[in-house]
Design a protein around this ligand. Structure first.
Ligand SMILES: O=P(O)(O)OC[C@H]1O[C@H](OP(=O)(O)OP(=O)(O)O)[C@H](O)[C@@H]1O
Ligand code: HPA
Ligand SMILES: [Mg+2]
Length: 181
């Protein structure tokens, strides 16, 4: 079972759900007359997006993008590649980018630049987690669920080797999970 692999919990399921309800209300107030395009970044944003949009009782459209950072193992190139693009025309739309975490900031920097280039009317970022100590490029979210310290976190969409995304809370793994990998 998943539970036995977790060393400590940073944010419980209840804390997350309470925070999502507050964020949903705040964001709805800003976007109620804007018919926003809510863009989830695959795959990590899926659990958060799923909860967030159900806490936003306003008219909206949803779409998804999948991007991947690549480079060699020691030095990240900082390049980002599109694996799945939006199926919606961005020009003139108010975009809400939904992410599970901002770490180096590279993924979101690339996406914000791209959407502005495509002439979005506005682009704002909502992220469940912000890890400020991880930042390599200048990037700040408009709405943040929680801050996390500079540790590798899993759960609520965040994976280790594609596992643990379905954990309903956010925590860190026991060291032996990495040692046995
Ligand atoms: O701020 P950054 O350093 O760019 O890191 C954050 C990004 O990295 C993770 O995604 P990943 O590319 O691992 O894909 P995934 O969502 O499918 O796990 C996470 O979900 C963010 O999208
Ligand atoms: O702390 C993290 N955990 C999982 N995936 C991530 N992608 C960037 N930072 C993280
Ligand atoms: Mg992601």
């Amino acid at each position: 079972m998943l539970e036995k692999d977790i060393e400590k919990t940073f944010y419980s399921e209840q804390q997350i759900q309470e925070r999502v309800a507050v964020l949903g209300e705040e964001i709805s107030r800003e976007y109620q007359d804007k018919f926003p395009l809510v863009v989830g970044i695959l795959k990590g944003a899926v659990p958060f997006l799923s909860d967030l949009v159900r806490a936003m009782p306003i008219h909206m459209e949803m779409d998804f993008m999948d991007v991947s950072s690549y480079g060699n193992a020691t030095v990240s190139s900082g390049e980002v590649r599109i694996l799945k693009d939006l199926s919606t025309v961005v020009e003139g739309r108010h975009i809400i980018l939904v992410e599970d975490i901002i770490d180096s900031g590279r993924t979101l920097k690339y996406l914000v630049d791209l959407l502005k280039h495509r002439k979005a009317a506005s682009v704002k970022i909502v992220t469940m987690l912000d890890k400020p100590e991880g930042r390599v490029v200048d990037m700040a979210a408009d709405y943040v669920g929680f801050e996390v310290p500079n540790e590798f976190v899993v759960g609520y969409g965040l994976d280790y080797a594609e596992d643990y995304r379905n954990l309903p809370y956010i925590g860190v793994l026991k060291p032996e999970i990495y040692e046995n990998a």
